[in-house]
Ligand binder design. Sequence first.
Ligand code: COA
Length: 259
Amino acid sequence: MALIETSDLLPGIRQILFNRPEKLNALSTPLMREFETALIEAAADRGVRVIVLRGAGGKAFVAGADIAEYQGDKRAEFIAYQLNSRRVFDMLERIAKPVICAVDGFALGGGFEIALCCDILILADTAQLGLPEGRLGLCPGGGGTQRLVRAVGKYAASDLLLAGWRLSAQRALQLGIAADVVPAEEMDEAILRRARACLKVAPLAAAEMKRLLREGASADIETAKSLEQEVLFRLYSTADGQEGIDAFLEKRDPQFRME
Ligand code: COA
């Protein structure tokens, strides 16, 4: 059985499902390989406008790296795994389409690191997010410490890292990480609600705004504002920019063609 299952929830909405529920969807090397392939396919497919990541089984999104692979001081393999995870997570963060991360239950270690590379987090009320690597005598290696501190600041990040504390869904909402928290049985509906909303944003605009959020965060404010205006001026002259304006004035739905 595939460790990653892909399906289209609706036209334009590709779900990538971590499918190793008996190990709480832990990120084994073969699973990471399938995950990368699924991401590359979804990123390249012009018919895919929104990507949804989810874990099978209802108990976990992903409970982290496969700890069984770490046993026995296999240093070369360990380093290769970490370098690969970093590369795949960076690629995920840079996909030029909205990525929704839907968390039922645990998102720990690499699971939370993946969530931190996504754009919109929908959490079931059962969700628990954390970076517990310190309890193993280790630390995150896929960018987790750095993305977390930028997302929530030093004090909330320290609580997760130094106390090994897990964030409840409600706390994640308070911290501004979660876009929505819903009862577990309402997850399907909540995911589709957000994904459908993403479909209404023009794809070129979405891609550019993702880049603005990412690149602007590490630039000084004047440079970032100039970047924003460059993007806007380019979007204004695209066919989709003109179509969005015409459609509004003609009181109809826009037909975006990624041009
Ligand atoms: N790597 C490998 N196997 C894992 C795993 C991981 N990260 N997380 C869970 N599993 C396995 C368990 O070993 C167990 O397998 P088994 O049934 O063959 O013994 C199965 O998944 C179910 O997990 P279990 O621990 O029995 O569930 P639980 O409800 O008691 O606890 C967690 C859930 C998430 C709290 C616990 O599994 C856990 O702490 N996992 C590791 C989290 C972590 O440290 N992640 C960072 C890794 S670097």
